[in-house]
Design a protein around this ligand. Structure first.
Ligand code: FES
Length: 117
């Protein structure tokens, strides 16, 4: 009960089915909730065995979206708009000057994961 109460203040939990099985060095994009009613696009990445979730929108410029599929060098998520890379662990850009990508907390539940928006 107390654990559930605490989670209410840590963001809205959204289940991503199958993301718990994401392969090492890969990213998966997911649309969570209704995009016309406050939904979000996230990109879930597995790096060194851990799952990380970033906002799917690139912080560099409007209309940039992170790619799913293989990560660059198995550890950096990629935005094709201007070829920027970001570290999913920290959200920080790699080799570029830009603000950091927004990160979300992730909990693995079996084959799924829960992203706290
Ligand atoms: S919008 Fe993503 S790198 Fe420019």
């Amino acid at each position: 009960m107390f654990k559930r109460l605490i989670q209410l203040f840590r963001g809205r939990p959204m289940r991503v089915e199958g993301a718990g099985d994401l392969a090492e060095g890969h990213a998966l994009r997911a649309l969570l909730g209704d995009p016309f009613a406050g939904g979000s696009e996230v990109v879930i990445c597995r790096v060194e065995g851990e799952l990380y979730a970033l906002d799917g929108l690139c912080p560099h410029a409007a209309d940039g979206h992170f790619m799913d599929g293989p990560l660059i060098k198995g550890k950096h998520v990629y935005c094709p708009a201007h070829n920027y890379r970001f570290d999913p662990k920290t959200g920080k850009p790699v080799g570029a000057v830009c603000s950091s990508a927004k990160r979300y907390r992730v909990v693995v539940e079996g084959n799924d994961c829960i992203v706290f928006l």
